[in-house]
Ligand binder design. Structure first.
Ligand code: NAD
Length: 478
């Protein structure tokens, strides 16, 4: 049991203003494994004041990008050395299978950190332009104090998408992790201190959504970067619009995987283990609508049901586990609610359902596939956020593209084919921020984000650094 009694504010471990606590509960054992103070508005005020002070009069924004990169590079080195500890902690908090966790909950966050350290050396921080009326210096300046609000499903990854570029840009940060996953941020705070990042540059207050809303609306915050549900993203975007605050929103998804006629089925179905079911299906970009050509529908249905029915479900700490529990009881209820909705809508249960694969303890849901799904059903339109797939038949390629694009979301997608070049041509027609061919993945080097209701702005790549910079022009007479 890990118990923390303080918040990381201004580089110090400070007493909370309130007396509330957050219990962190293992999704596998349902036992309390950690406890942290529950942040209040007063704690947020203190954290924003520390970030403001560090931005307005501290050394961080005034250092050169190379100096900041050196400090963030020390953090990256610490992270690289101890990433297994981080992976184990995130698995304990939210149930991500060990094998996935070591990669996505720790190695990738570290890669993102290192990517931005390296980018600092090649990024154009300032350039001289022969303007049409005279010479102009165009410089980039940090946007200011950043509020980083993240969900529980990939807590370190979503935080690092914000923290790494914000730090390199010269911003200071107040991070608000989810109440389900605060423990990993305490470990990170220790590493930040050890790396010698100046006091007040990073401040962390775990808290619930009302306190999150206070942070969003705070007059001391210049930019909000949020990852979470589309409903919360709308509310946050509205406040930022009202206040003309800079905002980046990474929201929900309902991504489609298009299996083309010529796809090799064995490798395609194997690919869905990660693309569709990663992190127990709790992934914003999970490929949860599987689009199969009508001519191969039965073959796909059989292969998909066999793969999903054979997945190893159990203790996320075991290296052999492919699907662990969902994060919380409320999430289990929600996902099983969608399984009932699918049955009521007339979809055909191919595998899974409500038996929880015999797990009578922990928040498990049986990995499930529905067949005979039409794209107007709720299980095809709404984000379920669990291991539940909807198999939809299409007539021809144009029909597949139409179905894939018939969604309020636009986060990810994928095309599975023997002809990669043709796959790229199909991917170009999908209205989403990313669309893989024969896989779904994202890369630290390239932008990630959503079209439509999946968000606003981009993270990762140089675009993800630009999101923390203001561009300033300094013109002079010719
Ligand atoms: P959520 O929106 O309920 O909460 C996310 C975070 O925002 C939490 O820290 C929460 O406390 C806080 N929050 C909620 N409402 C707020 C408000 N009005 N003001 C300020 N803070 C607020 O989402 P969740 O259930 O924790 O996470 C699952 C959702 O996150 C899914 O919809 C998923 O698709 C999305 N997600 C998106 C991405 C992406 O990159 N697009 C990545 C991961 C998760």
């Amino acid at each position: 049991m890990q118990e923390h009694k303080h918040f990381f504010i201004g580089g110090q471990w400070v007493e909370p203003a309130g007396t509330g606590v957050i219990d962190v509960i293992s999704p596998h054992t349902e036992e309390v494994i950690g406890r942290v103070p529950d942040g209040t508005n007063a704690d947020i005020d203190r954290a924003v004041a520390a970030a403001r002070q560090a931005f307005d009069s501290g050394p961080w924004p005034r250092m050169t990008p190379a100096e900041r990169a050196a400090a963030v590079g020390r953090l990256s080195a610490i992270y690289a050395e101890r990433q297994q500890t981080m992976a184990d902690l995130v698995t304990a908090e939210m149930g991500s299978p060990a094998l996935f966790s070591v990669f996505a909950q720790a190695a990738i966050p570290q890669m993102v950190l290192q990517y931005y350290v390296d980018l600092a050396g090649t990024y154009t921080w300032e350039d001289e332009r022969p303007g049409m009326l005279g010479p102009v210096t165009v410089t980039r300046e940090p946007v200011g104090v950043v509020a980083a609000i993240v969900p529980w499903n990939v807590p370190q990854f979503t935080l690092m998408l914000k923290l790494a570029p914000a730090l390199i840009a010269g911003c200071t940060i107040v991070a608000k992790p989810s109440p389900e996953t605060p423990l990993d941020t305490y470990l990170l705070a220790e590493w930040i201190k050890e790396a010698g990042i100046p006091d007040g540059v990073v401040n962390i207050v775990p808290a619930g959504r009302e306190v999150g809303a206070h942070l969003v609306a705070h007059a001391g915050v210049d930019k909000v970067s949020f990852t979470g549900s589309t409903a919360a993203g709308r509310a946050i975007g509205a406040v930022c619009g009202q206040q003309l605050k800079r905002v980046t929103l990474e929201l929900g998804g309902k991504s489609a995987a298009i299996i083309l006629e010529d796809a090799d089925l064995a490798t395609t179905i194997e690919g869905f283990k990660l693309a569709s079911l990663m992190n127990n299906g709790q992934a914003c970009a999970a490929q949860t609508r599987i689009l199969a050509p009508r001519s191969r529908y039965d073959e796909v249905a059989d292969a998909l049901a066999a793969m999903v029915g054979g997945l190893a479900v159990g203790d996320p700490a075991d290296w052999g586990t492919e699907v662990g529990p969902l994060v919380a009881k409320r999430q289990q209820e929600r996902v099983e609610g969608y399984i009932r909705i699918g049955q009521d809508e007339g979809a055909k249960l191919l595998v899974g359902g409500l038996d929880r694969r015999g797990q009578d303890r922990g928040w498990y849901v049986a990995p499930t596939v529905f067949g005979d799904v039409t794209n107007d059903m709720r299980i095809a339109r709404e984000e379920i956020f669990g291991p539940v797939l909807a198999l939809i038949a299409y007539d021809d390629e144009a029909d597949a593209v139409k179905i894939a694009n018939d969604s309020e979301y636009g986060l990810g997608g994928s095309v599975w084919t023997a002809d990669v070049n043709h796959g790229i041509e199909v991917a170009r027609q999908i209205r989403t921020g990313s669309c893989g061919v024969n896989l779904y993945s994202l890369d630290p080097n390239t932008p990630f984000g959503g079209y439509k209701n999946s968000g606003l702005g981009r993270e990762l790549g140089p675009e993800g650094l630009a999101a923390y910079l203001e561009h300033k022009s300094i013109p002079r007479p010719a």
